[in-house]
Design a protein around this ligand. Structure first.
Ligand code: PLP
Length: 391
């Protein structure tokens, strides 16, 4: 019998991939499935970005690059982050990684071990908890509450810090709730963290450019007092519809940058070169496609929220960011996971049960509105019919 380390008995998964596989299997049997499950833009990567990758291949960029990424791209990331957050960033602190998830993996691996604690949002992206469990650290959920607009509460978050806390994971705009933490709460949190200098912060801002109703995204990068222990997670997947390219970036404080670089050298060497040239074109080229995508998500957001609230037993807050709706389904009488499963199997609508995002996810389902308005309307109609006809 092969014996692996205990972490592999604890590591979890992202159920959105299992739902995607099931939805694809049902569709291949001829079923008409509407997929509101997976969190990826339904748009193609803009043409000028694709062309930049093709040109890079034609120009012979076929080899390894520096482990932290090509310098022009790190410079472009530094300039972009500086423009969006006002923080001065050196390209020496930028690391290009194969997808946003890899920053999460690296940061949690860097801080988690038995005897330590890591704070993470619940409900939240499932990989946070999975990776924390893998390291043997104690996962400490930070409750993200509907009555608080699905924002972090600074007071509640700070109350969970102990001498054993090594890392605090923040995510705004958030998956799965679409919640955006307002400036006042972030300022309180940053001020409170001054009393806990032993706690590093991983700020997952992958949806940072997707906010609505004039809601500002407040980046943790804007706060000088925590820059020496802040890891920023961001990337191209959502903003530029590039989930399949596996391209992300992180900003690391001086004290951690070399450790992150060494992890890259050990694990993935570098990100594939043409994708890096594509990322450069994305940052330095026209941003019209990004604005158009966000405007389209905004239109669909209104359709999905209005449609959900019209269904008996469902209530849905208007999400302020990302491209997810997280309706409360408790009054339907269903538990979230059985409802998600029945909607897929019986009504042909793929959604994710809230418990896949944490204990506080019970009573909710997640719908991604990264699908056409026509499909969203068809899905809402099927959901309404299913709930009306199924006791
Ligand atoms: N962080 C959050 C909150 C996400 O929702 C996702 C993807 O769904 C990621 C990170 C990972 O992004 P990537 O596809 O770039 O690895």
């Amino acid at each position: 019998m092969l014996k692996t380390i205990a972490g592999f008995d604890r590591i979890g998964e992202e159920n959105a991939f299992a739902v995607l596989a099931r939805a694809t299997a049902l569709a291949s049997q001829g079923r008409d499935i509407i997929n509101l499950g997976i969190g990826q833009p339904d748009f193609r990567t803009p043409d000028h970005i694709v062309e930049a990758a093709i040109k890079a291949l034609r120009d012979g960029h076929h080899g390894y690059t520096p482990a932290t990424g090509i310098l022009p791209l790190r410079e472009a990331v530094a300039a972009d982050v500086e423009k969006r957050t006002g923080a001065a960033v050196s390209p020496d602190n930028v690391m290009i990684v194969p997808g946003g998830k890899v920053t999460m993996f690296a940061a949690i691996l860097m801080f988690g071990e038995p005897g330590t604690e890591i704070l993470y949002p619940d409900p939240g992206f499932p990989i946070y908890r999975s990776m924390i469990e893998f390291t043997g650290a104690r996962p400490v959920p930070v409750p993200i509450r509907e009555e608080n607009g699905f924002a972090f509460s600074a007071e509640e978050t700070l109350s969970l810090v102990t001498p054993k806390t090594r890392l605090l994971i923040l995510n705004s705009p958030a998956n799965p709730t679409g919640g955006v933490t307002p400036r006042a709460e972030i300022e309180k949190l940053v001020a409170g963290l001054a009393e806990h200098p032993h706690v590093a912060v991983l700020s997952d801002e992958i949806y940072g450019q997707m906010t609505y109703d004039g809601e500002a995204h407040v980046s943790l990068m804007g706060y000088e007092s925590i820059r020496d222990r802040l890891i920023l997670l961001d990337g191209w997947s959502k903003t530029y519809a590039m989930t399949g390219w596996r391209l992300g970036f992180s900003i690391w404080p001086d004290a951690l940058m070399d450790k992150a670089r060494k992890l890259a050298v050990n694990a993935w060497s570098c990100v594939n070169a043409p994708a890096q040239f594509a990322g450069l074109a994305a940052l330095t080229g026209p941003q019209d496609a990004v604005h158009a995508m966000v405007a389209e998500f905004d239109r669909r957001r209104k359709v999905v929220v209005e449609g959900l609230n019209a269904i008996d037993g469902i209530s849905c807050r208007t999400p302020k960011g990302a491209f997810y709706a997280f309706p409360n389904i408790t009054r339907t009488g269903w538990k979230a996971k059985p409802l998600a499963s029945a909607l897929l199997e019986k009504a042909g609508v793929a959604v994710i049960g809230g418990p896949d995002f944490g204990i506080l996810g019970e009573g909710y389902i997640r719908l991604s509105y990264a699908n056409s308005t026509e499909n969203i309307l068809r899905a809402l109609q099927r959901m309404e019919e299913f709930l009306r006809e199924t006791p």
